[in-house]
Each structure stands twice: as structure tokens, then as C-alpha cells.
Design a protein. Structure first.
Length: 240
């Protein structure tokens, strides 16, 4: 059986949190209510249900109305979602906005991770969902208009839609997510850091520090740096 792998990028400032993650070979999975966008993973589910119910008819309207009357469903939903852990990545490593916003204005790093799909299916990992983020105006309301009637399928789809959609304003990030059923730091038992790329303005001392730590503790052997290219605003990656 083939064990497929996939590559994702994570932009980081060089600070104690990055150093701790390299030394411990771990990634942090944040609570949904701790993400930097106050709308992210914080859609008002009851309000979305009301909007979808108001434009529905027949059996669909009855289904959505039954959810709205079920306060226990909302209480259980909140207790479950609050415990999830979200780790965000990008599928892009050369976007200057990402370097500026998340990598300390090009003074940080872009970490290239390579994950085996089978690793997430272990009991240890407590996998909940993964995949690319969708960018839509009203993703939850629209999904509810045609959501599965079966409760198990409904909840499974709701988890994916609730935790993997964002406003169109964030589309440039080309974000992908890995979501666990538990928040906090997770220590990987195998190397997952494939490469470290340093920014245009990363200081030499920081390059040496992170290179030594990544090689010693994370088993990383590939390093690169961004340099200005011949265009006015472009930059290119070169191996170190």
C-alpha cells in the first residue's frame, strides 16, 4: 500500500516559540477561538441556521427548524469545537505578503513540512479534518441549505465547513489546515521538517542559530534563502 505524503509551508518569526518547536520537533495546534481573525472558526451557527431556514421549504425547512429547537445540540457543538486544535499552513512560499505578515517582515523563516498521510490516522494524533481552506461570503449558511439529513454525516460536514472556511479577504494566503480533536503542542515521532528557507532580511546570526537547531534536533538538511531578483519587486530562492 502506498503511503502518500504532501508538502505544506509555515511562515514563522524567529523567537522562542520557533526554537521550542524545532528542539521538541513539534507543532502547535491552536484553539479555534485563539486564531488571529475573530471571524475565523467563530461563525454564529444558530444565526446561520436561521438564515438558511428562512429561505428553505418542505423537508429541508423542517430539518433546519429541528436543529434550531435543539439547545442540547448547540451546547454539545460548542464543547466539542472549543477543544479542537487548528494548525495553519500555506501552499505558497513566495508571496511577499505572507513573508511580511507572518515571517517578521522578511526577517523570519518559511518552514517546508512533508507529512505522511498515514501518520494522521494513528490514535496518537487524534485526527479530525484536513484540507484546503475555502474562501466564501457565507459558507455555512449556503452549506446548510443542502447539508446531509443524516446526523453523523451532518456533524462531519459541519466540522469541515466550520473549521475550514474563511472570508474572501484572506484568499491570498492559499491556506491549508490540519485539525486535531485536541489543542496544544503535538510532538512528532518522526522527522517532518523538510527544509528551512530564510527571508530576504534574516540576520546572519539567526541563520546560523536556526540552521544548527534544525539540523541537530529536527533532522533537517536542506536550507535556502530568499534574494532579490532582477525585477523591481521580485525575489527568488537559492540554496545555502
Amino acid at each position: 500500500m502506498n503511503d502518500e505524503s504532501f508538502v505544506l509551508y509555515k511562515f514563522r518569526a524567529i523567537n522562542k516559540h520557533l526554537i521550542e518547536s524545532l528542539v521538541s520537533q513539534s507543532l502547535y495546534f491552536a484553539r479555534p477561538d485563539a486564531l488571529n481573525d475573530p471571524f475565523d472558526c467563530q461563525i454564529d451557527l444558530k444565526a446561520a441556521l436561521k438564515r438558511a431556514e428562512s429561505s428553505a421549504a418542505g423537508g429541508r425547512k423542517s430539518l433546519l427548524s429541528s436543529f434550531l429547537r435543539n439547545q442540547k445540540f448547540f451546547d454539545n457543538w460548542k464543547s466539542v469545537v472549543d477543544n479542537f486544535g487548528v494548525c495553519s499552513f500555506s501552499r505558497e512560499n513566495r508571496d511577499t505578503l505572507l513573508w511580511s505578515r507572518y515571517a517578521d517582515e522578511h526577517r523570519g523563516v518559511c518552514l517546508k513540512y512533508q507529512f505522511r498521510e498515514s501518520y494522521f490516522l494513528t490514535d496518537e494524533f487524534q485526527f479530525a479534518a484536513a484540507g484546503d481552506v475555502e474562501y466564501l461570503d457565507e459558507p455555512l449558511t449556503e452549506w446548510l441549505k443542502s447539508a446531509p439529513a443524516d446526523m453523523d454525516e451532518f456533524v462531519k460536514g459541519l466540522i469541515h465547513k466550520y473549521l475550514k472556511t474563511k472570508s474572501l479577504a484572506w484568499k491570498y494566503e492559499k491556506e491549508s489546515r490540519i485539525i486535531r480533536r485536541k489543542h496544544g503542542a503535538f510532538k512528532f515521532s518522526e522527522p517532518v521538517l523538510n527544509q528551512v528557507c530564510f527571508g530576504l532580511q534574516t540576520p546572519d546570526d539567526d541563520i546560523k542559530l536556526i540552521t544548527d537547531l534544525a539540523r541537530t534536533y529536527a533532522g533537517c538538511t536542506m536550507f535556502s534563502k530568499m534574494f532579490r531578483d532582477e525585477t523591481e519587486f521580485g525575489f527568488t530562492e537559492k540554496a545555502l
